[in-house]
Design a protein around this ligand. Sequence first.
Ligand code: NAP
Ligand code: GDD
Length: 356
Amino acid sequence: MQKIALITGITGQDGSYLAEFLLGRGYEVHGLIRRHSISNTSRIDHILRSNYNKIKFFLHFADTTDSSNLMRLIAEIRPTEVYNLAAQSHVGVSFEVPEYTAEATGVSTIKLLEAIRVNGGNSRYYQASTSELFGGLPETAPQSESTPFYPKSPYGAAKLYSYWITVNYRESYNIFACNGILFNHESPRRGENFVTRKITLAIANIIAGKQEKLSLGNMNARRDWGFAGDYVEGMWRMLQQDKPDDYVLATNETHTVREFVEAAFKELGITVRWEGIGIDEKGYDAQTGKLLVDVNPEYYRPAEVEFLWGNPAKAEKALGWKRKVDFRGLVTMMMDADLKEIAGMSCKEYAQSREN
Ligand code: NAP
Ligand code: GDD
């Protein structure tokens, strides 16, 4: 039987990797896209350009805050699986647009679940839940499915609603609905204002002489960073089980933002020498003394999730899922992609040129 997937958020980082993954497994893939004044399909253009005779890939204009289009599309497409990835996904921005975040990241979830329920309740449903639910208290790390929730942002609070309404529709209506509680996952397709991509992009621009330095907020925050390509496979595996459940996906490694900065510069053969603390902290090229990194309190958040470190044991055992790319591999992949795009060379080539 032809499997049909509907992906909300298909133009985002995860949506693009998931679409590739499902098309590779022979799925018919439908995605919701929002109308923009300028094209926003850069992450899926390669799919759109590929051979239409061989793949079944369809885009529909829609918005997850609009229940009428969700009802209609579920009725028309009759998806076997629905992956709800659409969200205002930036934690810092959620403090600037809290009401909209509540709508897009929280209330939209019930609109989609209702559309599934009213249309027979037969689609399997994946909810993009998040490690932000845990609040990152150091004493709770490593966090697992049984760690209490304590969201610390409008984004986290909106995702808390989505998490519980997903559990509620599973228990009330017997819908096959799963929460993937995913720790941070990144890639060369990561949005440019998330910290990992901001770092690799800024370093590439500094090397190319297009940017003076990298300015960051809280460099002490710890995250469990994995590769997005690994995580979309975990999403799919959740919907292939006999019973619906909720799972943490993580690498079981944690690093500070500062360590990510150090590792990214290291790819280019640059060692960072740190001086000062708090807003006075600065990072210099240990060899040349050039200022590379400073702190701008503008990037501090009203409340911070300090310490995320995930325990993926349940997913590893029940789903047979395990991350393939480790921290070092992720940094190399992202740094290399940005340097090639901006400066036209690989990290190795730059590091060698520095030695000569
Ligand atoms: P992303 O790159 O920011 O993509 C978000 C997607 O949602 C984009 O396609 C965006 O469309 C779409 N979208 C936003 N509001 C929408 C609306 N009202 N109607 C329709 N589409 C809308 O996010 P991501 O990193 O791929 O993350 C995917 C999901 O996983 C999100 O729900 C995120 O909160 C969650 N999550 C992510 C991580 C992570 O580390 N990446 C970890 C845990 C959970 P436009 O292109 O039109 O803006
Ligand atoms: N964005 C950003 N920009 N973050 C910075 C900066 C900066 O200049 N400087 C320090 N940080 C710190 C943030 O304060 C945070 O502690 C950490 O770097 C990671 O920030 P982001 O990359 O923006 O990601 P996030 O952890 O807040 O949220 C991401 O992961 C969540 C899962 O834990 C997003 O993808 C969410 O959608 C996702 O749910």
